[in-house]
Design a protein around this ligand. Structure first.
Ligand SMILES: *Cc1c(COP(=O)(O)O)cnc(C)c1O
Length: 239
């Protein structure tokens, strides 16, 4: 067994956990009268070693999320070569000085949350011609320490990104405050998306993804339920 106190799930169980999570998503989707393939499972592999990610890839899973550009660059160097069809989402805060590397590495950037970042991304996408799907992060709980656009600023920011900067905005993303009823946040973000004609909704993590699917999530971001508990991390988005 290669489980350690930091990761309580042995590598050999990762494929089985993926199956379980997928089945739960399918069930939640069918209960919500949604098609099961309308929900994308993004396996959150932050802090996980390459060999553990490799076992998810070997189990046939292709879509992953990382929260740090530097960590992802290092880990995915070989994994990308081995699995060229893997799809990588950035789900953590992005600094403008890392935009170039992020556009190179990621297929989807979920955390666009301020004009300076949006402008810098738009320039880099234009310059490289790389196709990068973009999500706008909404700070639905209006938490001072958390990234994301405030709900009251969302319409204007979406318009800036989409109409002025021509960013390919495909969805909205949120991380509800711990301890809050997540459905309130999922409902709010779903409504912001609906009234702006945006179809993608990245919401739901290990503890609340079935609820998120009920509220229309098109992308659920699941780490712990697949890979096991992570070492304690600090920071608002370090869940
Ligand atoms: C870590 C993280 C997740 C995954 O959380 P789990 O509870 O482990 O499923 C999802 N979204 C974001 C933004 C994260 O940082």
């Amino acid at each position: 067994m290669d489980a350690t106190p930091e990761n309580d799930v042995p590598t050999s169980d990762i494929g089985k956990n993926l199956e379980y999570v997928k089945a739960s998503i399918d069930l939640a989707a069918s209960r919500a009268r949604r098609r099961s393939n309308s929900v994308n499972l993004v396996a959150i592999s932050k802090t996980q070693k390459a060999e553990r990610i490799r076992s998810a890839l070997l189990a046939g899973h292709k879509v992953f999320g990382e929260n740090r550009v530097q960590e992802a660059s290092e880990k995915w160097l070989d994994l990308r070569t081995e699995s060229p069809d893997a799809i990588l989402h950035l789900i953590g805060p992005l600094q403008t000085n890392k935009v170039k590397r992020a556009v190179e590495l990621f297929d989807v950037i979920q955390t666009i949350d301020r004009p300076k970042l949006a402008r810098s991304l738009a320039r880099e996408i234009e310059r490289t011609g790389k196709v990068v799907d973009c999500f706008i992060q909404i700070n639905s709980g209006e938490e001072a320490q958390k990234a994301g656009v405030l709900p009251t600023d969302a319409d204007a920011f979406i318009s800036l990104c989409r109409d002025e900067l021509k960013l390919p905005i495909v969805g909205l993303m949120c991380i509800p405050p711990r301890g809050d009823v997540p459905g309130l946040h999922f409902g709010l973000v779903a409504e912001l998306a609906r009234r702006n004609g945006i179809t993608g909704l990245s919401m739901g993590m290990s503890g609340d993804y079935e609820e998120a699917v009920r509220f229309g999530a098109t992308h659920v971001r699941i780490g712990t339920a697949i890979f096991g508990a992570r070492p304690i991390t600090k920071g608002p988005d370090g869940h």
